[in-house]
Design a protein around this ligand. Structure first.
Ligand code: XIL
Length: 362
């Protein structure tokens, strides 16, 4: 009798364990972070992550770096003029520390996340705007000194296409000097932090990349403490590999850290604006999956082959499931840009990316 009770107890105790480890049986034994020489990151929404145990399990298994999709931006941290709200950032940091992951700071100054009250006040008073930027960056970076080791200091300071500086509140009121000031303020607050300039389309728009590189040269000449270039790398299947390779090569020649900071790969087109998607692919076919497998693999390979080891800050994907991707909401299109599918199963893209991370290279 006692033996039967013991056996039942053992079966009951081991059941949940088996359930846990069987849930992701489609995952290989090794995962992305375990095969990579550099941090492999993903953007996350901490609220979704904490609620969804399968998503969390996949995140912990595969990634050792996180970036908040939106919860660390200015319109979240400085929602009103009555003080900063650190609660969610602290929560994200706790998650990162608990799971031994690097927390990357995104983004200190970005036109798209400048709160309305800052736009209103800053528009009337440039001096105030400069002071606010200094206080905000100093407070944020020093609060997380040594805990957030890298930051996107300024995000998207150039127009979507070409070489012009983006005409934002910051630019209009403070001139292009706001960018170097932001780097100086961040550096003063944490001299050890790795400070990035981050932008999109620079892997394919040569004029835009050249403008960013020119800014980097100017910064170096003036001792402005920039330490890295972030390629958002929101790409489409048809962006030629050779162009991406040559852009990475040019950026790596600066000697700065290179972060592929927001990688995802879509099939449909968009015009870079909200709701600007043009949906021509409405289903994901086997052929498309295969092509995406190749592209993810190629990106990982190119990064490893072109960017010298000591400049490899890492590759971060922007959301890691098709279910949660920002692309669908933002551009208002169906698409499948991520490593995992709508049911949180790894896609061929996942295996391609993993192969690219682990393949032997010369
Ligand atoms: C996106 C987030 O994923 C969305 O949740 C948010 O609504 C808008 O911003 N480039 C960036 C990111 O630098 O901050 C953007 O993230 C995607 C494009």
């Amino acid at each position: 009798m006692r033996v039967t009770v013991k056996i039942i107890a053992i079966i009951m105790l081991t059941m949940p364990l088996c359930f846990c480890s069987c849930k992701n049986e489609s995952l290989p034994k090794t995962t992305l972070k375990s095969v990579s020489d550099f941090p492999v990151g993903t953007a996350i929404n901490i609220n979704i992550l904490k609620k969804d145990s399968t998503l969390k399990e996949l995140q912990i298994q595969n990634f050792n770096s996180i970036t908040a999709t939106f919860q660390m931006k200015m319109d979240q941290v400085a929602k009103t003029d009555t003080g900063y709200n650190w609660e969610t950032v602290d929560d994200i940091l706790k998650y990162a520390e608990t799971h031994n992951q690097r927390l990357f700071g995104h983004a200190l100054v970005w036109h798209s996340s400048t709160p309305q009250w800052v736009l209103d006040k800053g528009n009337k008073d440039s001096l105030w705007l400069d002071g606010f930027m200094k206080t905000y960056i100093s407070a944020y970076v020093s609060r997380y000194k040594g805990k957030i080791s890298g930051w996107d200091v300024v995000n998207e300071a150039f127009e979507s296409k070409g070489s012009a500086y983006r005409k934002t509140l910051w630019y209009n009121k403070l001139g292009k000097a706001y960018i170097e000031k932001a780097f100086l303020y961040a550096h003063q607050a944490d001299p050890d932090a790795v400070l990035f300039y981050n932008d999109f389309n620079i892997e394919r728009d040569t004029l835009k990349l050249n403008a960013v590189l020119k800014m980097v040269d100017e910064f170096k000449a003036k001792d402005i403490p920039i330490s890295g270039i972030g390629f958002q790398m929101h790409i489409r299947m048809d962006v030629p590999d050779e162009i991406i390779a040559s852009s990475l090569r040019k950026a790596a020649a600066t000697g700065l850290q290179i972060h592929i900071s927001e990688l995802d790969i879509i099939f449909n087109k968009h015009d870079d604006t909200k709701n600007g998607g043009k949906e021509t692919y409405t289903v994901l076919t086997e052929d498309m999956k295969k092509m995406q497998y190749e592209k993810y693999k190629k990106i990982a390979l190119m990064y490893r082959e072109i960017v010298p080891k000591e400049q490899q800050y890492g590759i971060t994907v922007w959301d890691f499931t098709d279910r949660d991707t920002w692309v669908r909401d933002f551009f208002n299109i169906r698409d499948w840009p991520s490593l995992f599918d709508d049911d949180l199963k790894p896609k061929p893209a996942y295996f391609g990316f993993k192969e690219g991370l682990e393949a032997a290279i010369n």
